[in-house]
Design a protein around this ligand. Structure first.
Ligand code: ZN
Length: 219
């Protein structure tokens, strides 16, 4: 699902938006990728639900791609990079072009705004995606491909761990598991791609006061 950040400020690029998510992202929204004229940054694994679509189906099924519109960036180049990223995601996840949609498709929001206003049209983007399908091997938008999990500190009772597990699964929409550690229990998340995403996950757990300790482990 294609979005635009709608943030024209200078410097509001992919790195800045990824760090916004890493820093806990005070807005109740999240997304998988942010793309600008230089790079694409992945913040969440595809298996995670992100909250960007404004509809349940869109959130549950969508892979959210935000295109930067920062005034110091090259919008056309950002769109071209987004097209290459979308082509790669389609290939990795076996998604047909008919399922590449605008945010507007699910909620009626005027997003991606510039594209909807015809700056570069939606059909131009779709053509770019189709053309990019031939050479997706060449592009490497993800800066850190290492996998990490977040482990909480231990809880004295299994019930305590289960209530944390419940929040991670149902409020955050994450994969998570309970592990026994001698006579105590801890909660372990599914995998994050990249340290930035793992740190964001650990911070989110701590910010929600679900655990005092949230350790990141490489896998
Ligand atoms: Zn949007």
């Amino acid at each position: 699902m294609v979005h635009e950040t709608d943030n024209p400020r200078s410097g509001a690029d992919a790195d800045a938006h990824a760090r916004l998510q890493y820093n806990g992202n005070s807005r109740s929204a999240s997304w998988h990728y942010t793309v600008d004229d230089k790079e694409a940054v992945q913040s969440f694994e595809h298996i995670w639900r992100c909250w960007a679509a404004g509809s349940t189906t869109g959130n549950n099924q969508g892979i959210q791609v935000e295109v930067c519109v920062n005034s110091d960036g090259n919008y056309l180049k950002a769109i071209q990079n987004a097209a290459e990223l979308i082509a790669k995601i389609m290939k990795d996840e076996n998604i047909p072009i008919s399922n590449v949609v605008q945010h507007n498709h699910f909620s009626g929001k005027n997003c991606p705004r510039n594209m909807r206003e015809g700056n570069i049209t939606w059909s131009q983007l779709i053509t770019m995606v189709k053309n990019a399908n031939g050479n997706v091997q060449q592009q490497k938008p993800i800066t850190d491909n290492n996998k990490y999990r977040v482990l909480t500190g231990t809880y004295a009772t299994k019930q305590a761990a289960e209530s944390v597990l419940d929040v991670l699964k149902h409020r955050f929409g994450w994969l998570a598991y309970i592990e026994q550690d001698t006579k105590q229990w801890r909660v372990k998340t599914g995998t994050f791609t990249g340290m930035t995403a793992a740190q964001a996950g650990a911070e989110k757990i701590k910010a929600a006061k679900l655990a005092q300790i949230a350790n990141i482990v490489a896998i």
